[in-house]
Every structure is written in structure tokens, then in C-alpha cells.
Design a protein. Structure first.
Lengths: 176, 292
């Protein structure tokens, strides 16, 4: 039996919905979303925050990295409903409101650590969370590569990205 | 929407949570979701309901209790990795955790979740088998304790009953004066291990092996103790010929067939190389230990 052409498609899915309330970039948001909506889709499609990119959607590429309660996490491996009550931070909150770049972004710019830029929001959110984590940070070549190992870049190679992390450490006064 | 549709449940108590599991044979437990959600995004896993245990009381926190590290069900990998007490009482835990995926995954994924997922290539199940840990399972019928060697049954399969939730895992601290080592062979850092090996070893006053435990992942359908290799090393001075015997004795433990990643022959060679390297490393650490 072949599928039949439908006269009209429903405008929204018939999935059961659940109310979520969370803080995104300091702002309280509430929405009724499908239980199976991923946090990445929630940010992009419900809130219009398209800075969080979606690459592989199974946790390998790191493009969708955001902060959940201050820690870097894959938004594609988190349901929106799991983030209920959490504090989420995305790339849109990183630069100052006057447009001045954050030192990590500034370092990526100075060191030409991006080409197409698709992976950059995830890279920046991951690196930023490591700089914000208490304790010492391994800024050796190997330590930086380990830090970046969960984020894939398919254009530049990683040399300039490694350099940018080292530069970010200088700008943040964290270089040894 | 990537995952198939499911019912979402967020119980506040463990009694509610196990009752929800008991009521629905196709429900799954959701903790950190770092293995379950990719499987659902691929539609390999299709549970009828997710019982999200993140809001359940009493499932948070790490403590050290009578020679055991008690890891509650919602403890994330990264939390355990950064725990200063754990670093002191069992440095092998940190050395192993640094091989588990990447920091953003470790920030969300839970230790107990990794044990329950029971990937035969995963590091934490190996660590539990190596150290002889236990898990505490809670069901509507009550509570039972399961030893690591009885817990892992086969590929992605444990002896956890469907209506049981593992509320905590208990991991022994390292014996005083013991040396330790963990390492693995992977295609890329952070990937699942092609072969992983952990070693805990104590030497007697004359430098002979007093006790030794070896466990490996990636070589069978579950993490395994290498008892024949342990027996080959017991009481020896770790001469090259002793290590040769231990390596030889490990070959038959490799039962994973050739797959898209590598061959049985490569896994045997990698396991042998890891045994030589890590037994030496653990022994060096045992020798350098300050007397208590």
C-alpha cells in the first residue's frame, strides 16, 4: 500500500507536551514542548537562539555545546525537559551587550581559529567552561588538545585553535 | 525530533520511581542520558517511557565509608574525577576516568549509568570488576547488593531486573602500598577502548608480587578479570619471562570476534602490550610508595 497524499499537514505535532521553565542567558523562559524535544532544538526552534549549532546529533561533534548549570554539555544529548529548572547559557551570552568580544572569542579571531565557523560556538562554550572551572588548567600542548578533543573542526585543522586557547589564557591572565 | 516518542516521568522518590518501572516493562531509567539519548536519537533504543531519576531524593553525592567509595546514582563522571578525597584514597579512579569520553560528556554522564549500560568496551565497568566493587539495587520488593563479577552478564546486559534501580555503586579504596595503572588502546583519545586494561598490584618486602589483579575491557562481551595472567605473575619477581607467561595466558581471554574496528589478532597483541607496560608501571608505583 503506497502512502497517500494528505490534504493538509498539521501545523504542530500531536506529541504530548510538557511545561518547562528554565533560565536561558539570564532570562526566565517557559514553554510547553514535546517531551522528546532536544535542548538543542528547544534553543533554536522555540527560542530562536540559532547560535547553538547542530552537527551530528549524537554527541560526537560538540557543535551544540552549551552550559547547563555552569558546565559544558551537549545540548543534543539532553532533552529540553531534563533542563527544567536549570540555568542554560549559550554562545549568544558570551560577548558583551555592547558587542565587545569575550577574550576567548577575541583569541579565536586573532589567531584565525575558524574558517566556516560552524564548530566555533561549541568550541568557545567548551573552552570557556574550562577557564571558568575552579582549579588548575593543563595548558600544555597535550592538555589543550585534550580539552578540545570533544569538538570536531572539519576546515582549519586544529593548530590555530590550539594557539587560540593559549592566547585566550594570556588574555584572561591564566597563562603560566 | 530525533528520538521516537515516549512518556516522560519525573518521580521525586525512589519508591515512586521503581513503581513506575514495575508498571511498564518497556520503560527505561534516564540518568545522565549520555548513552541512552544517542541510542534514542539513532532510534536504536525505543523505550515506551523514560523514568528520569534526576529529581529523586537521596541519589546525589560521593562519600567514603569504611574502605569504600560510595557513589550515588546521579553522580556524574566529572564529579567523581574532581573529588579530592577520591583522588587520595583511590588515584586509579581518576586515571581511568580521564579516558571516559570527553569533559562535556563526563559533565553529564553518570558513573552508575555507565555501569548499567554495560558496554563491554567501557572503562568504568572494567574498573568495578578490577577492584571488586558492588552495586545496590532497589526494587518494589526491597534492596539487594550485587557484586561486580555477578552484575555484568553480556553485551549491554546486566543482572539488574527490570524493576530495579541501582541507587549506588561501591568501589573499594586502594589497599595501602598498592601500585596501580590504567591505560587503553583507542583509535582516537576519548573513543571507546579497542582494548583497555587496569592493574592493581602489591609487592612484598623482597620485591615479589604479593597480590595482583588485572581486568580488561573490549576483549569479550563484558569486562573480564584476567585470572590466568594474575596466576602467572603471583609470587614472581616480574622478570621478562614472567611477563611473557602472563601475556601468553591472556590470549584466550580475547573472545570478541573480528569487527569493523579491528581483529582478534590485534586485540591480543594490544592486550599483551598493555599487560607488559601497566604491570611495570603499577610495580614502579608500588616500589615508590612512601611507607604509611
Amino acid at each position: 500500500m503506497r502512502g497517500k497524499i494528505k490534504p493538509a499537514l498539521p501545523e504542530r505535532s500531536e506529541d504530548p507536551r510538557v511545561a518547562v521553565a528554565l533560565t536561558v542567558n539570564g532570562e526566565q523562559v517557559t514553554r510547553a514542548v514535546s517531551v522528546r524535544m532536544l535542548l538543542s532544538d528547544f534553543l533554536r526552534h522555540e527560542l530562536g537562539l540559532t547560535g547553538t549549532h547542530v552537527g551530528c546529533e549524537h554527541g560526537v561533534c560538540g557543535c551544540c555545546t552549551v552550559h547547563i548549570d555552569g558546565k559544558a554539555a551537549r545540548s543534543c544529548l539532553t532533552l529540553a525537559v531534563q533542563a527544567n529548572g536549570c540555568e542554560v547559557r549559550t554562545i549568544e551570552s558570551v560577548a558583551s551587550t555592547d558587542g565587545a568580544l569575550h577574550p576567548v572569542q577575541q583569541a579565536f579571531k586573532e589567531c584565525h581559529a575558524l574558517q566556516c565557523g560552524y564548530c566555533t560556538p561549541g568550541m568557545v562554550m567548551n573552552v570557556l567552561s574550562r577557564f571558568e572551572e575552579p582549579g588548575t588548567l593543563d595548558l600544555s600542548e597535550e592538555g589543550i588538545r585534550d580539552m578540545l578533543s570533544g569538538n570536531l573542526c572539519r576546515c582549519t585543522g586544529y593548530l590555530n585553535i590550539v594557539t587560540a586557547v593559549r592566547r585566550a589564557a594570556e588574555l584572561l591572565g591564566r597563562a603560566e | 525530533m530525533k528520538p521516537p516518542l515516549f512518556d516522560y516521568k519525573a518521580p521525586a522518590t525512589i519508591d515512586e520511581a521503581v513503581a513506575m518501572l514495575a508498571a511498564d516493562p518497556d520503560a527505561a531509567v534516564l540518568a545522565g542520558g549520555q548513552s541512552l539519548l544517542p541510542a534514542m536519537n539513532f532510534r536504536v533504543a525505543n523505550p515506551s517511557a523514560l523514568v528520569d531519576i534526576q529529581h529523586v531524593q537521596g541519589l546525589q553525592g560521593i562519600s567514603v565509608d569504611g574502605g569504600e567509595i560510595v557513589i550515588k546514582a546521579m553522580v556524574r563522571h566529572r564529579e567523581l574525577e574532581l573529588d579530592v578525597v577520591v583522588q587520595r584514597v583511590n588515584p586509579l579512579v581518576v586515571e581511568t576516568l580521564q579516558h571516559v569520553a570527553h569533559v562535556p560528556i563526563r559533565n553529564r554522564g553518570t558513573v552508575v549509568g555507565s555501569l548499567c549500560h554495560a558496554d563491554p568496551s567501557a572503562e568504568m565497568p572494567l574498573l568495578f570488576v578490577l577492584l571488586g566493587g558492588t552495586v545496590v539495587a532497589r526494587s518494589p520488593a526491597g534492596t539487594r547488593t550485587i557484586a561486580a563479577e555477578d552484575f555484568f552478564k553480556a553485551f549491554l546486559t546486566t543482572t539488574r531486573a527490570h524493576d530495579e534501580i541501582i541507587t549506588e555503586a561501591r568501589l573499594p579504596v586502594l589497599p595501602e602500598g598498592a601500585g596501580w595503572a590504567f591505560d587503553e588502546v583507542t583509535r582516537r583519545h576519548g573513543d571507546y577502548a579497542l582494548v583497555g586494561l587496569g592493574c592493581v598490584l602489591a609487592l612484598s618486602g623482597d620485591g615479589k608480587v604479593e597480590t595482583v589483579r588485572l581486568a580488561a575491557c573490549g576483549i569479550a562481551d563484558k569486562p573480564v578479570r584476567l585470572k590466568a595472567s594474575e596466576a602467572a605473575l603471583q609470587g614472581t619477581g616480574l622478570a621478562p619471562a614472567d611477563l611473557d607467561k602472563a601475556v601468553e595466558a591472556s590470549a584466550s581471554a580475547v573472545t570478541t570476534p573480528d569487527d569493523m574496528n579491528t581483529s582478534v589478532a590485534f586485540r591480543r597483541r594490544a592486550l599483551g602490550a598493555l599487560i607488559r607496560r601497566l604491570v611495570a608501571k603499577a610495580a614502579a608505583r608500588a616500589r615508590n610508595k612512601e611507607p604509611a
